[in-house]
Design a protein around this ligand. Structure first.
Ligand code: FES
Length: 143
């Protein structure tokens, strides 16, 4: 089968879909080639620096929906700096694999999480290592 059970499950029943009105961080990324867009919202407990809630909106392919869905599950309840370590490979593994031509969809999920964390850091004047966002982790809002 082209897609794993897990991918199909997250595509059919995506977790944590929606928006968080008073989000502490919002990250939006897009893939210029396919035109898909992913937006990630996080709520952070400032005391413990933990992600207490996360929601996403994805306008894109099934794999983009499945990867964003599982990414939200993977970072919910995590320390914010651990969410930053989420890699697209980890997302693909958690989904039981993706076809090669769909790997870029998982990159979008990693970038969206990173963009949301960056937004949180920027809004709160928290210093971070810029190299985490460059050059392969572009969080440009305009592409
Ligand atoms: Fe573009 Fe999946 S085809 S994110």
């Amino acid at each position: 089968m082209l897609y794993s059970e897990k991918v199909m499950d997250h595509f059919r029943n995506p977790r944590n879909v929606g928006e968080i009105e008073d989000a502490d961080g919002i990250g939006q990324v897009g893939n210029a080639k396919c035109g898909d867009i992913m937006r990630m919202y996080i709520k952070v407990d400032k005391q413990s620096q933990t992600i207490t809630d996360v929601k996403f909106m994805t306008f894109g392919c099934g794999s983009a929906i499945a990867t964003s869905s599982i990414a939200t599950e993977m970072i919910k309840g995590q320390k914010i700096e651990d969410a930053l370590k989420l890699s697209n490979q980890a997302v693909v593994e958690a989904l039981g694999g993706l076809p090669t031509h769909k790997i870029h969809c998982s990159v979008l999920a990693e970038e969206a999480v990173k963009a949301a964390v960056k937004d949180y850091y920027d809004k709160n004047g928290i210093e971070y290592d810029c190299s985490l966002y460059a050059p392969n982790n572009c969080v440009c809002q305009h592409n």
